[in-house]
Design a protein around this ligand. Structure first.
Ligand SMILES: Cc1cc2nc3c(=O)[nH]c(=O)nc-3n(C[C@H](O)[C@H](O)[C@H](O)COP(=O)(O)O)c2cc1C
Length: 201
């Protein structure tokens, strides 16, 4: 199977960072080439070591182990996401436990912790030459059904596509046009020394 080079990356950092941070982006051109089970384990292992409030580790990744699972998760996605995610060899749903196991109190930081776990998985994926793409475009009710997880205890956070880079030519025109690593706000806008500048909205 031929693997095309990912889209040209014209990102420029505002301060020196490891190249990996610029090379992580969310493509939609996935190759259907399967991902070995042991590689997947490595990705979820990276996620497992993410930090969390009170070390609660509220994340649960329900991922496709078979083609049947993959199609079940694909069906959870909005049609707009299905168009490209259908080629990803692995699809997952990320859930957060709503309460702390020890106290039963609501865990206000569960989504934050899940984000950390997802980013760890994503960075590990890039180390291995793989890509991920998080998705908010899914149907909530179907997510719980597909995963078989109790909604009372778990909040669905996002869907995730995982795989190698594919062929952007396979994407429909409109999607192909946005198949490039996106830029960011300037550093000075998101990290402010001292206090919020007066008059800034
Ligand atoms: C929580 C979350 C939800 C997202 N939902 C979608 C989605 O439903 N469909 C999609 O195509 N991209 C989705 N994205 C991808 C973002 O649009 C993308 O991360 C953002 O534009 C920055 O681009 P980059 O990841 O390539 O750097 C999502 C990303 C995150 C983190």
């Amino acid at each position: 199977m031929t693997v095309k080079a990912p889209a040209r990356n014209e990102r420029v950092a505002d301060a020196p960072v490891d190249r990996l941070f610029l090379d992580r982006w969310s493509p939609r051109a996935f190759s259907p080439e399967p991902i070995a089970g042991e590689t997947l384990r490595t990705l979820f292992e990276a996620a497992r070591w993410a930090p969390s409030c009170f070390n609660e580790q509220p994340w649960v990744f329900i991922y496709s182990g078979t083609e049947e699972d993959r199609l079940r998760i694909l069906d959870v996605l909005t049609e707009r996401n299905q168009v490209w995610a259908k080629n990803a060899p692995v699809l997952a749903l990320l859930f957060a436990r709503r309460t702390f196991r020890k106290t039963g109190r609501p865990n206000r930081w569960a989504a934050f912790d899940c984000g950390a776990a997802w980013m760890s998985l994503t960075v590990q994926a890039r180390f291995l030459g793989l890509y991920t793409h998080a998705m908010a475009g899914y149907r909530r009710d179907r997510a719980y059904q597909a995963a078989g997880i109790p909604e009372e205890e778990y909040e669905v956070i996002c869907a995730i596509a995982i795989g190698r880079y594919g062929d952007p030519e396979d994407l429909p025109g409109e999607i192909r046009a946005s198949e490039f690593p996106k830029d960011r706000k300037p550093l000075a806008e998101v990290a402010v020394a001292g206090q919020w500048p007066e008059g800034r909205v």
